[in-house]
Design a protein around this ligand. Sequence first.
Ligand code: GDP
Length: 192
Amino acid sequence: RQSWASDSSDSVISSGSDSDGSLYKVILLGEHGVGKTSLARIFGGVEDCADAEEAGNTYDRSIIVDGEEASLVVFDIWEQDDSQWLQNHCMKMGDAYIIVYSVTDKVSFEKASELRIQLRRARQTEDIPIILVGNKSDLVRSREVSVDEGRACAVVFDCKFIETSAALHHNVKDLFEGIVRQIRLRKDSKED
Ligand code: GDP
């Protein structure tokens, strides 16, 4: 299976702003250990660096989605410190959110629902793109959350759903392309 990092030369243009000048801020939310940093680093094309476990980074990159360039800044800062201020700020600043749980950890799945509720409260009147992500789909034997449970949760919380494996690079590209499509859908409907 090809990794996104190795086949990225044609899909990465530059870091910078979108063709219409916008740079979309995407925030990763989720419990410790679910794979936020792993997903962010695959997006950033830097997953092989030595400090792979270190949280608290942002990844700025342009990708081509449906023939059009989009610039994303992915924030992996949710767990940077325990400050309420930072977490409140995260809930306010994003143009889109990726809420991650691990399919091997039921508690992280329950936490994902709490985060969705928190987000709804912080951004009541806004229709912000959210993707619920069940990561670690490669760990078949230790699975605690089924695909159906994940999908049902996304229906209840009115967001998109995808299962990924950062370890196998499975669906990671689709995840970030999906975020761009969700952002565009809302932007287009506003412009109409
Ligand atoms: P974070 O705390 O949410 O940022 O999680 P990390 O990205 O630091 O990942 C926590 C641990 O889970 C690390 O040891 C990762 O290598 C591992 N991990 C992350 N994603 C996957 C995955 O898709 N499959 C497997 N098997 N392990 C993963």
